[in-house]
Design a protein. Structure first.
Length: 184
C-alpha cells in the first residue's frame, strides 16, 4: 500500500495502517534526526516527537500531496526547534540544497573590523596567540592580508561556509572577552 492509502485507511479507523506507516518511516526519520543533532538520545526524542506530531495532525494532511516530504519537513522543524531550545544551531543547518548559507552570508556586518576597533594591539596579539592554528590563519588572512572569505576558502582548501562559520565564532568569542562593561 502507498503512504496515502495507509493514511486513508487509518483515518477510516484502521489502527494497523498507522503502525505500518510508522514502521516504514521510523529508521529514516531517526537517521535524519541524528544527522541534524549528532546525538543518539536527542535523535530518539526528536523521532518520538515527530511521530506524536504526525499522529495529532494526520487529519490535517493534504492527501493530494506526498506524505514523505511532509514528514521530513516536520522532522526538520522539530530538529531545529530542539536545537533552538538548547541554543545550539550550527551555521551549517542554514545551508540550502546547493550549499549556500543565507545566515552566514548575511552575518558579516555587526562589527567586521573588530580587530581594528580593539584599542590595544597587544590585546589583539594575546587573543591571536590563544587561537588554534587554523583560526589564526583565518584572522591573519582576513584582517592582515585583506583576503575575502572566498579567497581564504581557496587558500585553506575548505568550504567557504566552514570558513565563515569559524570566523563568526572567533568574532563572537572576541566580542564576549572584550565587550565594554555594561555596569558603568
Amino acid at each position: 500500500m502507498t503512504d496515502n492509502e495507509l493514511i486513508k485507511e487509518y483515518l477510516k479507523g484502521d489502527e494497523k495502517s498507522l503502525e505500518i506507516l510508522v514502521a516504514r518511516y521510523l529508521k529514516p526519520i531517526y537517521s535524519f534526526s541524528y544527522k541534524n543533532v549528532g546525538n543518539m538520545e536527542q535523535a530518539e526524542d526528536i523521532t518520538q516527537e515527530v511521530f506524536a506530531k504526525i499522529w495529532k495532525n494526520l487529519k490535517k494532511f493534504d492527501q493530494r500531496k506526498d506524505f514523505k516530504p511532509w514528514i521530513f519537513q516536520i522532522a526538520k522543524n522539530t530538529s531545529i526547534d530542539y536545537l533552538r531550545k538548547k541554543k545550539i544551531i550550527p551555521f551549517s543547518r542554514f545551508e540550502n540544497e546547493s550549499g549556500q548559507n543565507f545566515l552566514a552570508d548575511n552575518l558579516q556586518g555587526e562589527s567586521p573590523n573588530l580587530i581594528e576597533n580593539l584599542a590595544d594591539k597587544q590585546a589583539i596579539e594575546a587573543i591571536l596567540a590563544n587561537l588554534d592554528e587554523k583560526e589564526q590563519k583565518i584572522i591573519n588572512l582576513r584582517h592582515k592580508q585583506g583576503f575575502s572569505f572566498k579567497q581564504i576558502a581557496n587558500i585553506l582548501k575548505e568550504p567557504i561556509n566552514t570558513i565563515k562559520s569559524r570566523y563568526r565564532r572567533i568574532m563572537i568569542n572576541m566580542r564576549k572577552k572584550h565587550a565594554p562593561n555594561d555596569d558603568n
